[in-house]
Design a protein around this ligand. Sequence first.
Ligand code: C5P
Ligand code: C5P
Ligand code: C5P
Ligand code: ZN
Length: 478
Amino acid sequence: MAAADGPVPELQSRADACAERLCSADRVLLASHIDADGLTSAAVAATALERASIPFEAVFEKQLDAESIASIAAREYETVLFTDFGSGQLDVIAEHERDGAFVPVIADHHRPAEADTDLHLNPLLEGIDGASELSGAGTTYVLARALAACSDADERHDNRDLAALAVVGAVGDMQASDGELHGANAGIVAEGVAAGALEETTDLAIYGKQTRPLPKLLEYASDVRIPGITNDERGVVSFLDGLDVECRADGAWKQWVDLTDDEKQRLASALVQHAVSRGVPAFKIDRLVGTSYVLAGETVGTELRDASEFSTLLNATARYERADVGLAVCLGDREEAFDRAKELLANHRRNLSEGIEWVEEHGVTREEHIQWFDAGGEIRETIVGIIAGMSMGADGVARDVPIVAFARKGDEETKVSSRGTGPLVGRGLDLSAAMGEAARAVGGDGGGHDIAAGATIPAGTEPEFVERADRLVGEQLD
Ligand code: C5P
Ligand code: C5P
Ligand code: C5P
Ligand code: ZN
């Protein structure tokens, strides 16, 4: 396949080199991250490896660190494919490579550590933003497309159908902005649409269009707060009942996807009018409409049909030590694994809403340049980052200052998660640098993206960490 045929031309030669190595391996250990992007990365890689008849085994890690890399090395695979992580720990991985433990192939989008390794596929190496233009799953998709070319796989598999999973990963990593995906991500969307795996529609930009009954859809939409609608059950019901749209069928509330296009149009305009009349500013009202990414092959009205709902379903598995369930769903299980994932989702949703309530109740501490909270053992360390992000803009939590959250991780360590916003990044915020530097100063380590990063630090060092992070962020925002 000619280089120009790849979805991201800048990455083609790196992708070809990585694919070539994988194609010549007897077997591959596939290691990936435990979130929606990590799971979809693993699913894209697993499918491409299988189609290329390359035997593999998949393992998942919460965080790649010296210990987890050592345990991967102990598996004695000659070739290890890291997806959605690896770049940040390149130094440690390169040491194992020098020792002859394994040859690493990395498909990641996190800020790379200083070190040299040949088979490293990362958008940041080619000037493409890893937080907004290409996710881990997108990067793995680029590799999967190259794998289709180097293997003697069935001609029918150009792997473009995998674009749908890549888009779920990008959406799960919150790479969409101004209502849609951009840059290399948009190129992947185009391939998915061309392959018939994906549909792109302009629609109401509210979470839950597939699965939430209409009143819950509107009531829980907290991204744009609308007086008389957001968190107002009675307000929502009277709004819906006042419309010239049949919102119920056989006495039960319909879901958004049950409405006809014309009904959707009428409901959306009424919602916009209502928001205008309640004084919601125009720039916020614009956010009510955006691009929806629909998985064409999935059943309407299920969590799998919409990229955003799909990604939450995956987080509900992998962040609760059930990556196997999420991976099975990605690979097509619509029975046992899908049922289990839905149970896990109910639990995840409960934890998210309880977590946000906890933050609202206990409040955050405001420093000069950051705000923070310490959830101790009250919030699971694997979801404290999601909660930190969702709580920005909630009661008592500012949106114009980055948020840092702590949660207990075992007896001796503390997990740190931090989240910023687009405007803060525009002013110079780089949480990956701030978290990494502050963590290393107190004996821990961290990294990630400019807009969202994390770290692990020794328990008890939180006050010093806060002081350092506050100063570093202050310098960045100067
Ligand atoms: O490790 P990984 O790259 O998959 O995680 C990215 C994290 O950054 C996600 O938890 C995502 O929610 C967060 N993020 C964010 N806002 C953005 C981009 C990413 O909160 N604009
Ligand atoms: O859980 P996950 O990180 O995939 O959530 C992504 C986004 O989806 C959240 O930041 C939130 O805006 C939205 N969401 C929601 N209600 C839920 C779960 C997720 O609105 N129950
Ligand atoms: O865990 P959390 O969702 O807060 O992670 C935010 C981002 O920071 C993710 O992209 C994650 O991979 C990254 N991270 C990291 N090193 C850590 C912790 C998180 O690179 N020690
Ligand atoms: Zn990712």
